[in-house]
Design a binder for this molecule. Structure first.
Ligand code: ADP
Ligand code: MG
Length: 140
């Protein structure tokens, strides 16, 4: 398996509780490398574009409100099989279903305020990384 990149967001519920370092420790202990990272407040239009795939879902408005409610940390993670590996490290969307030791099991408040985002495919990872980072901001 080749080295791959995935896109991660540490969401507002986690930055509010000062959990950036704790989540980064879980990421790094898993063997993934943080090769780009910045703390931003997402514009509403950015959040709507980022989650456009969910725009017909009943939780879309709530999701966008949440994602613009405070700072987020956007990241590029690199490693073997990074996309699927980070999905495993994050755990299930609903923390009630997440495995022990995963970020969402340890830190998430609810299915909506679930502390982290991770890309669901290499294709979407490339699209999501390009939405927030230019090439010279990623240092592998
Ligand atoms: P994941 O983040 O695990 O890929 P989805 O892509 O299905 O999950 O959903 C995107 C985000 O939307 C979730 O991480 C969560 O913040 C929010 N979300 C998903 N389902 C619900 C729900 N039933 N109620 C409220 N928010 C939800
Ligand atoms: Mg998803």
């Amino acid at each position: 398996m080749a080295i791959q990149r995935t896109f991660s967001i540490i969401k507002p519920d986690a930055t509010e509780r000062n959990l950036t370092g704790a989540i980064n420790a879980v990421i790094e202990e898993s063997g993934l490398r943080i090769v780009a990272q910045k703390r931003i407040i997402m514009a509403r239009r950015e959040a709507e574009a980022f989650y456009a795939v969910h725009k017909e879902r009943p939780f879309f408005g709530e999701l966008v409100d949440f994602m613009v409610s405070g700072p987020v940390v956007v990241q590029v993670l690199e490693g073997e099989n990074a996309v699927l590996r980070y999905r495993d490290v994050m755990g299930a969307t609903n923390p009630a279903n997440a495995a022990e030791g995963t970020i969402r099991k340890r830190f998430a408040r609810s299915i909506g305020e679930n502390s982290v985002h991770g890309s669901d495919s290499p294709e979407n990872a490339a699209i999501e990384i390009a939405q927030f980072f230019s090439g010279n901001e990623i240092v592998g």
